[in-house]
Design a protein around this ligand. Sequence first.
Ligand code: PLP
Length: 227
Amino acid sequence: MTIADRLVQTRERIARAAIECGRRPQDVELVAVSKTKSAEAVREAYEAGQRAFGENYAQELVAKATALDGVSDIRWHFIGHLQSNKAKAVARIAHVIHTVDSVSLARELGKRVAAEGRTGRMPVLIEVNVSGESHKSGVDPRTLREVLDAVRGQATLWARGLMTVPPAEDLVEARRAFEALAALRDAHGGVVELPDLSIGMSSDLEVAIACGATIVRVGTAIFGGRA
Ligand SMILES: *Cc1c(COP(=O)(O)O)cnc(C)c1O
């Protein structure tokens, strides 16, 4: 199957899942996660109509954005752990950042986006470690308020929602994590304040959509497995 075929399949999965829970398919954005895949693979997906791509590593994002420089309407979503010393490069290229997870990163990004002089605010999501696993990135739910306030304190950032990565490829665990994230959103201003939930990957996007996903991040189902 080609990338184009897999994209069609993925969009069908999204549409079916949305309709099944009484939502509109167009209210779920598909981010094609292209980490470790070539710029050529991204171009193939682009030619099949895909516009939003997700990358995890700053250097790889820079390399791919450079390779695809002439393609002006690609939207890059940064979905990996972001270190402050990489904030400049990511602020320059990304259209959405899913992984703000500290007060200091919020401040650094605010400053870097301001220095880029872009028009409009940069949409960012706060990554939350809802399952409390110690090795995972993301803010502890108890410090979410503090990080949200830090983002809102930056004139160049827009806190658009919350993101999480579930503990394992287990649908029961995934649902528990997604429901916990949705509950946190409700406790911090609800859908009006935080319209986006970035949840759902290749193995659990249907569960995520049932739990209110507005963005799903899908890699394997589109580009095939990673080495
Ligand atoms: C790699 C990755 C994805 C995509 O995962 P698949 O299982 O390949 O769909 C989504 N989100 C994040 C944060 C990732 O690192």
